[in-house]
Ligand binder design. Structure first.
Ligand SMILES: *Cc1c(COP(=O)(O)O)cnc(C)c1O
Length: 429
């Protein structure tokens, strides 16, 4: 498979180049030159396949012959070394739990897949890559864990000081080895801007920088797996499916839409946001006007200018009428999110953390337009990662899973920075 830059269709690269560059030199996001269609037989027999078999079939055309099949199978097997339960919350409403991986966030899937692809590409090379990543919370931990000890890779994580939860901070600042955490005096958008600038900085070319944000195709594409897993479970009900993704950088929802383009039967997508409502406003008034991000209790979605939205528009050839048939986007503030968390807990005895609760709200709203359908929302993180929000709202005490326990008593190590020059000096060191 070749990938082109969304800024220039003629700039085409291999899977390996797209993964190791992260972003095209003209700042465009990479996009596959074609979206493969899966045969109907695949969907007819999907319930007889394991998650690993499903994922392997789906991702194979995107990698092509750049990774041999037995290697790719190994990568997929290691990537999916945990469960993806679909939990019934109410009649026709399900939570797809994506948080059973090592850092308890869905981002484990993409981070584990990407790190293993890079390790494969580096197997005979003597060069070093720097994976540079900006995090609003969960990416940092997942990338740190996914890339720990990967040959030939140094990881540099930028996170906004005091704007991630304690557990998130521990996950990204305590591993050491090839992982460095830079604590930025600013918000997530400042971190993201610095990372983007570094990629375009000629004086850093020799450092082989790449990104592990969802702009990187190897982080982003594996996220389509979840939608197939949910389909496999829900197919027997014989009802159309609606899904709601709590959205920040719009990587998950964009992966869901590519799954639909491959033939997966999902009737409607809802991108549900917190107060960072750039896309819901766009659907209201047709104007795409990013705003600086606002801090909320669902902090991993505090994104003012979602990077993957242009990939979604590309899949609809920028035709808004066709797009709006398949896609809605709703926004909820912190108050509404808290009310939803309480309601889900009292009605269904289910503990949703703030991101999942935002997803739930969007799903319930959209299901009113599709009473004949079944819906699932993505529960993108384990409640423990947001315990300082979840415990007081639900008036409960959460027990600490062992994945989290292992980082809690480790010592935080970060380097404080405030400007792009600080970052550059660090990378040049
Ligand atoms: C990253 C993240 C999101 C947002 O996902 P996108 O793919 O960026 O839209 C939602 N919830 C949690 C917990 C996250 O970590």
């Amino acid at each position: 498979m070749k990938y082109y830059s969304l800024n220039n269709k003629n700039h085409q690269v291999s899977f390996e180049e797209a993964v190791t560059n992260g972003l095209a030199p003209d700042k465009g996001l990479y996009f596959p030159i074609e979206i493969p269609k899966l045969p109907q037989a695949f969907f007819d027999t999907i319930e007889s396949l394991s998650n690993i078999e499903i994922a392997f079939e789906i991702i194979r055309p995107y990698v092509g012959n750049e990774i041999p099949e037995d290697e790719l199978k190994k990568i997929v097997t290691e990537t999916l070394s945990f469960e993806f339960p679909l939990v019934k919350i109410e009649e026709n409403v399900f939570s797809l739990e994506l948080f059973h991986g090592p850092t308890m966030a869905f981002k484990d899937v993409g981070a584990r897949f990407m790190s293993r692809c890079i390790a494969y590409f580096n197997r005979n090379k003597n060069q070093k890559n720097i994976v540079l990543v900006a995090t609003s919370g969960d990416t940092g931990g997942a990338v740190a864990s996914g890339f720990l000890d990967v040959k030939g890779v140094d990881v540099v994580i930028l996170y906004p000081s005091e704007k991630v939860s304690d557990i998130q901070e521990k996950q990204l600042t305590t591993l050491g080895q090839n992982i460095t955490a830079l604590e930025v005096d600013g918000v997530f958008d400042d971190c993201q801007d610095m990372v983007k600038k570094a990629f375009l900085d000629e004086s850093l070319k020799h450092k082989n920088l790449t990104s592990a944000n969802s702009i990187n195709i190897a982080r982003w594409l594996p996220q389509m797996f979840y939608f197939f897993f949910a389909y496999k479970e829900l197919k027997k009900n014989n009802k159309p499916l609606v899904t709601s993704c709590p959205s920040g950088n719009f990587g998950n929802i964009c992966a869901g839409i590519i799954a639909k383009k491959m033939g997966l039967s999902i009737q409607h997508f809802v991108a549900t946001t917190n107060a960072n409502d750039t896309v819901p406003r766009f659907l209201e008034n047709g104007k795409y006007e990013p705003k600086p991000s606002i801090a909320t209790i669902s902090n991993a979605m505090d994104v003012g200018n979602p990077s993957n939205f242009v990939r979604i528009l590309e899949m609809y050839d920028h035709d808004l009428t066709a797009f709006e048939k398949d896609f809605s986007s709703y926004t909820y503030n912190d108050e509404e999110t808290k009310v939803a968390m309480k309601e889900i807990y009292t009605k269904s005895n289910y503990i949703a953390e703030p991101h999942g609760a935002v997803g739930y709200l969007g799903l319930i709203k959209e299901l009113k337009n599709h009473p004949e359908s079944i819906g699932f929302f993505l529960e993108t993180a384990h409640p423990i990662k947001f315990l300082d929000v979840v415990e007081p709202i639900l008036k409960i005490k959460l027990s600490i899973p062992k994945q989290i326990e292992s980082v809690l008593n480790k010592e935080k190590k970060s380097i404080k920075i405030s400007t792009y020059n600080d970052l550059k000096n660090h990378l040049l060191k």
